[in-house]
Design a protein around this ligand. Structure first.
Ligand code: GAR
Length: 214
C-alpha cells in the first residue's frame, strides 16, 4: 500500500472557511488536559485569519499540562481547575462554569479534555459545547479510543467533532475525518496520523457549529 500521511481523507465534506461567514468573533473557552496541540491548532487558525474567533480562556485540569504553557505563549489566560481538589464532578464543573462565565465565553471547546462532564456544565452552555474525539464515533467511545481501534483491527480510523450531550462521546456530529490504519501501526503512529486531521477539522467544526447555531 502506498503511504500518504499528508493527504486528508475526509468523510464529511470539507467546509471551505470562506463559506462560513461569522460576522462577529466567537468567544471561545478551550478545555484541555494534556499536550494542547488542538488548542494550538485553533489558536493558529485564528491567527491565520481562517476562524473569526478569540480564545478568552484555557481551562486545564492537570498542573503540568503543556496546554497551559501553550496558552501562555499565545497570551491566553489559563485557569487551573484541578479535579483532584474537588469532592465531585459537579463541584469541578461548577468551578469551570464560573471561570468560563467570568471570561465571557460563549462557546466551549473540549480539546483533549479527559474528564467526564456533567449537566452542571452542559446546561450552562446549551448546544454550545464542542468535543473532539480520536475515533469515528459512534465507534470506540470513552478512554483509549486509539487502542480500541487497533485492538478491533479496523482498517480505517479517524476523529469526530461533535456537540456535547450528557452521555459520554455522544451528540450531533459536526465533522469527521478518516485515516488508514497500517498493519505495523502503533498507538503512537496511528494517533499522530489522526491528530494531523484533528488539527484541520476542529477549527472548521467550530465555525460550522457557530453558523448553524448562532
Ligand atoms: C486528542 O487526540 C483528542 O482527540 C483526544 O485527546 C487528544 C488531545 O490531544 N481526546 C479524547 O480522547 C477525549 N475523549 P492534544 O492535547 O494534543 O490536543
Amino acid at each position: 500500500m502506498v503511504r500518504d500521511e499528508t493527504t486528508p481523507r475526509l468523510i464529511s465534506p470539507r467546509v471551505p472557511f470562506g463559506e462560513l461567514n461569522l460576522d462577529k468573533p466567537l468567544k471561545l473557552g478551550i478545555m484541555a488536559s494534556g499536550s494542547g496541540s488542538n488548542f494550538e491548532a485553533v489558536a493558529q487558525a485564528i491567527a491565520d485569519g481562517q476562524l473569526n474567533a478569540q480564545i478568552q480562556v484555557l481551562i486545564y485540569n492537570n498542573p503540568d499540562a503543556k496546554a497551559a504553557w501553550r496558552a501562555q505563549q499565545w497570551g491566553v489566560p489559563a485557569v487551573l481547575c484541578n479535579h483532584r481538589e474537588y469532592g465531585s464532578r459537579e463541584d469541578l464543573d461548577r468551578s469551570i462554569v464560573e471561570a468560563l462565565q467570568r471570561h465571557q465565553v460563549e462557546w466551549v471547546v473540549m480539546a483533549g479534555w479527559m474528564r467526564v462532564v456533567t449537566p452542571t456544565l452542559i446546561d450552562a452552555f446549551p448546544d454550545k459545547i464542542i468535543n473532539i474525539h480520536p475515533s469515528l464515533l459512534p465507534s470506540f467511545k470513552g478512554v483509549r479510543a486509539v487502542e480500541q481501534a487497533l485492538e478491533a483491527g479496523v482498517k480505517i480510523a479517524g476523529c469526530t467533532v461533535h456537540l456535547v450531550l450528557p452521555e459520554v462521546d455522544t451528540g450531533p456530529i459536526l465533522l469527521q475525518a478518516a485515516v488508514p490504519v497500517f498493519p505495523d501501526d502503533t498507538h503512537q503512529t496511528l494517533h499522530s496520523r489522526i491528530q494531523t486531521q484533528e488539527h484541520l477539522v476542529l477549527p472548521q467544526a467550530i465555525a460550522l457549529a457557530a453558523q448553524v447555531n448562532s
